[in-house]
Design a protein around this ligand. Structure first.
Ligand code: ZN
Ligand code: ZN
Ligand code: FE
Length: 761
């Protein structure tokens, strides 16, 4: 029989996921000889055997690859026959191993889960069980290559049994870097709120008792500490709210399993897939009509953030009587999640009664990811644990695109670095408003540079001169610095994610972004692409009395709109009944004398104004609250809308909503319910989008529309707009794996910078 030799190169996520043992086993089963090795970020194979066996081998690689592998390409070349007598896994040298992908953290796999509850297994109930297919990754990696010495597991010396599994290519734990067992691995510990260790035989059993007793426990997870309490215990939830000083920002819960989650929420097939995926994000689910959990978990909110257990510790906590746990980030108000033991104990001791901690260090803090489903596809809100550091591949950019650091925005910051056309959007950093978060941002950038082994040649940043991310960019010792307008970045991010590379219509709606004219933008219509854009239309400017204060107090925006149309607010008036007359008079003074009242074309502020006007929310406790609660009351059985005007002014049109506000007031005076008014308002904004896009298309011929910005987290508006635009023959693009809010703008900044550099080449 004629024997041949083939050289195979496989790219994608093929390292640190059990790929070489898989190839080894597959080759052996087909009686092929040769070798497999890591090379750069790829895996290379040389096989010898019959033509037929080699083709079977190649055919089976993709469908049978290990669960965590993502194959991008398989290239096959004819080699010269060497006459190998066996198939071997070659040792890779450190220098060959630079460009590897680091896997995100992966939830416990079914094999490990089975072993965890198997009394005969040597890791029965072991809280740190993991294998090549699961366990911590990104959060424990200290450097490259991905090897035990470059993880926080370095301090644990493998016992003989673990070492044997680690070294055996046929074992599920071959090269599983966090491998450990009772004998050699990390251990759980219970610590009291006084910082003193509590001596207990069984930490899990003890903590479960405490949770059932209504206590608050800080539990160390993969990317940081969670504050945890029994979700079915209303008193415990109230205590947690009070101690965390968190008024009504929703908490997420962890449900024991799918069966328990479906008792609280509606779950579609797509939502279930996300819930049960190896990423285990928090999924926003619609509460059931007979929702039975305490209202205080997610007050005034039609949705509940739900996740399923993703570590052995979580599974052990649920092994007994608990059905659902509140799991919220272990932080204090605007600070990032605590991930170092001493820092967590010091800062959370007045919130938590106990700490369930352990001695496996977290190297990089990573929050839970938050996601939802829109039209049967993922529509992510916060991209962090389980997703990071998976790159977003943008095929439209050249492979030799220089490395760019994009610094992101101010709120919900995430930065972005690229290696060629692979864009690595960072984990969620948070609001860059304090030293702790800024520190996290700076350390995060250094860590990513190290992991990706890149040196940035270019920095991209937001136009806003006061953003800390902008200041950081400007302080860098680099020649090439590219400022990017905030809403251009939103649209570019949506385009890059969808691999678009042409002029399109961009609709960017959000709360705040620094405009090229120095005003606050946020209700914008653009045409253009990465290289540049034209602002072809926007919401008419309105004053924001008191500047930043108008964001925290939406009633100020309502007053500003009322003042604009000449409507007075007086005692006994249905309008702004919630507002003190004296305060209202003071704000009118600001508006009339033009004191501290910056101009804004912000769609977010318009939603705020309507929410306050309807008496739904006049002061907010978290970002977007007024709009979220306005969306909640929408009576979707009602159709109807208000008037507005589009006026062409030179190159761009102006959207004036005076008639909308007048219509709302007229309805209020007639005593029409808020549900109907909210519904008519949402439909009005949808109409504004469609009419504007039609006007732009008739002038430019452009037919593709990208919708981006935080306002499009409003599903009622998003659904209405997409449906209506499609009905008008537009091709509509929205985000999917990159957030539509400011957590996604770094990708847009990087894409714009990449396009600009390539152009100047
Ligand atoms: Zn496993
Ligand atoms: Zn061991
Ligand atoms: Fe924004």
């Amino acid at each position: 029989m004629k024997k041949s030799n083939k050289e195979i190169k496989i790219t994608g996520i093929v390292q640190g996921v059990g790929f070489r043992p898989f190839i080894y086993t597959l080759a052996k089963s087909l009686y092929l000889n040769g070798w497999v090795n890591n090379c750069g970020s790829a895996v290379v194979i040389e096989v010898e055997g019959s033509e037929e066996s080699i083709s079977t081998f190649i055919e089976r690689i993709k469908p049978e690859a290990p669960p965590l592998a993502h194959i991008k390409s398989i290239d096959v070349a004819l080699g010269t026959f060497k006459g190998y007598s066996d198939f071997t896994i070659e040792k890779s040298s450190a220098s060959q191993n630079r460009n590897v992908y680091i896997s995100p953290d992966v939830s416990i796999c079914s094999d490990c889960q089975r072993e965890l509850f198997n009394m005969g297994d040597r890791r029965y109930l072991y809280p740190f069980i993991n294998c090549t297919n699961c366990g911590p990754r990104f959060t424990i990696v200290t450097g490259v290559p991905y090897d035990r010495v470059n993880t926080t597991m370095n301090k644990f010396y493998m016992c003989d049994k673990c070492a044997k599994e680690y070294g055996n290519p046929m074992d599920r734990r071959y090269h599983a870097q966090p491998i450990s067992c009772y004998e050699c691995g990390p251990k759980l510990e219970v610590v009291g709120s006084d910082g003193v260790k509590v001596d207990v035989d069984d930490p899990i059993k003890y903590i479960v008792e405490m949770l059932l007793d209504g206590k608050i426990v800080a539990v160390k997870g993969l990317g940081g500490y969670h504050l945890v309490c029994d979700a079915e215990n209303e008193q415990a939830v109230l205590v947690l709210r009070k101690r965390k000083i968190r008024d009504d920002k929703p908490f997420a819960i962890m449900a024991r399993d799918y069966e328990s989650a479906i008792r609280y929420c509606h779950i579609s097939l797509e939502e279930r897939k996300l819930l049960e995926s190896e990423k285990k994000p928090i999924v926003l689910l619609k509460k059931r009509e007979d929702y039975m959990l305490p209202e205080q978990i997610a007050p005034y909110n039609p949705y509940l953030g739900v996740m399923l257990p993703y570590t052995p510790i979580h599974l052990l906590l649920f092994n007994d009587r608990l059905n659902a746990l509140v799991m919220t980030s272990g932080n204090r108000s605007s600070e990032p999640i605590y991930y170092k033991d001493d820092e967590a104990i010091e800062n959370l001791c007045d919130i938590a009664d106990y700490f369930l901690t352990n001695d496996r260090d977290i190297f990089i803090r990573t929050d839970d990811s938050v996601t939802r489903v829109f039209r049967e596809k993922e529509y992510i809100i916060r991209r962090s644990r389980g997703y990071v550091p998976m790159p977003v591949t943008c095929e439209i950019f050249k492979l030799d695109t220089p490395s760019i650091l994009a610094c992101g925005g101010e709120l919900k910051n995430a930065f972005c670095l690229n290696r060629g056309n692979e864009f690595y959007l960072s984990h969620h950093i948070g609001d860059l408003e304090n030293a702790e978060t800024l520190n996290s941002f700076e350390e995060g950038i250094e860590h990513f540079k190290k992991l990706l082994d890149i040196d940035c040649k270019v920095v991209a940043y937001d136009l806003h001169p006061e953003y800390l991310s902008t200041k950081y960019a400007l302080s860098m010792d680099l020649q090439n610095k590219i400022a990017v307008q905030h809403h251009h970045a939103h649209i570019a991010s949506c385009m890059a994610e969808n691999n678009l590379n042409e002029d399109i219509i961009g609709v960017a709606f959000d709360g705040t972004g620094y405009g090229e004219d120095g005003h606050i933008w946020g209700g914008e219509f653009f045409t253009g692409s990465y290289g540049g854009f034209k602002r072809v239309g926007h919401l008419e400017y309105v004053k924001m009395p008191g500047g930043e204060m108008a964001i925290k107090e939406p009633w100020r925006m309502a007053l500003s709109y009322l003042h604009k149309i000449g409507e007075t607010v007086s005692e006994g008036n249905v309008l702004l009944a919630c507002v003190d007359q004296g305060k209202a008079a003071a704000i009118i003074q600001l508006l009339e004398k033009n004191i501290n009242s910056p101009l804004a074309s912000s769609m977010g502020r318009l939603f705020d104004a309507v929410s306050a006007l309807l008496g739904i929310r006049s002061r907010i406790n978290y970002e977007g609250q007024a709009a979220i609660e306005l969306e909640r009351v929408v009576d979707s059985s009602y159709t109807g809308c208000y008037d507005y005007t589009l006026t062409q002014e030179n190159e761009s049109f102006n959207i004036c909503v005076d008639e909308t506000i007048r219509g709302i007031i007229a309805d209020m005076k007639k005593g029409i319910g808020v549900g109907i008014i909210a519904s008519k308002f949402h439909e009005t904004i949808t109409n504004i989008i469609v009419d504007s896009c039609n006007a732009i298309r008739s002038r430019t011929g452009l037919n593709k529309v990208a919708l981006a910005g935080g306002v499009f987290q409003n599903i009622t508006l998003l659904e209405g707009s997409v449906k209506s635009l499609e009905g008008n023959g537009f091709k509509v693009y929205v985000h999917c794996n990159v957030p539509s809010n400011d957590g996604g703008i770094a990708l847009g900044q990087a894409a714009i910078a990449a396009a600009k550099i390539n152009k100047t080449k």
